[in-house]
Design a binder for this molecule. Structure first.
Ligand SMILES: CC(C)(COP(=O)(O)OP(=O)(O)OC[C@H]1O[C@@H](n2cnc3c(N)ncnc32)[C@H](O)[C@@H]1OP(=O)(O)O)[C@@H](O)C(=O)NCCC(=O)NCCS
Length: 174
């Protein structure tokens, strides 16, 4: 629990990225239990239950990854952004927003905030990201946040699809 509480707060123009809290579980379960969200992610199961959210939050602070609640001042938690390690140990950015919050530029804003933090406060000079080839919205988010397409396409798993799906590898350099 302490490891969660000491995570930094990142302020962007309209949002705050803060450490996750155990009491975020209800809201995360509410927003994440959506096939259109889960099918674009590697590890999110569908259906997504309160037990999944509790287990996800209980794991925070373990390992080298960092996850943040994306919080809107009027709406509360609207999604999650964070970094895990890819297969080569490099930081890899991931994010999702609840569907009511799509189309407002929030993912781009959150990604830029997280990248600024990763560079300035976490000392990272390169960050990877991957998006499924059938997810052009996420490709746009990454483009707008300053990522470049590496030309590499791999088959990556999606728990919700229970299938391997072509996935484009992107890189961001500080
Ligand atoms: C992908 C996701 C994070 C985008 O969030 P968002 O806040 O709507 O994204 P933004 O508004 O910052 O930017 C989306 C951009 O994609 C564009 N876009 C949306 N749908 C598109 C499509 N089908 N084809 C091409 N571009 C598209 C938008 O026009 C926008 O670009 P613009 O600002 O230049 O107009 C959100 O839809 C989501 O959470 N999806 C499910 C989970 C997910 O895909 N996570 C990422 C996994 S790699």
């Amino acid at each position: 629990m302490c490891a969660i509480d000491i995570q930094p707060v990142i302020a962007t123009e309209r949002l705050v990225l803060r450490g996750l809290r155990l009491n975020d579980a209800g809201r995360i379960a509410e927003l994440a239990n959506d096939r259109d969200v889960a099918r674009m992610l590697a590890a999110m199961p569908h259906p997504y239950t309160r037990d999944h959210a509790d287990a996800f939050l209980a794991r925070q602070g373990e390992g080298p990854g960092r996850n943040f609640a994306i919080e809107h001042p009027a709406e509360g938690l609207i999604g999650v952004a964070g970094f895990k390690r890819d297969d080569l140990g490099r930081p890899e950015l991931g994010y999702w927003l609840g569907k009511p919050y799509w189309g407002c530029g929030f993912a781009t804003e959150a990604a830029k905030g997280a990248l600024g933090w990763a560079h300035k406060d976490w000392g990272k000079r390169a960050v990877m990201a991957r998006h499924f080839s059938d997810n052009p919205a996420s490709g746009e988010v990454l483009n707008k946040a300053g990522f470049l397409y590496t030309g590499e396409v791999t088959l990556a798993p999606s728990a919700a699809r229970d299938a391997l799906t072509p996935s484009r590898t992107m890189v961001w350099l500080a």
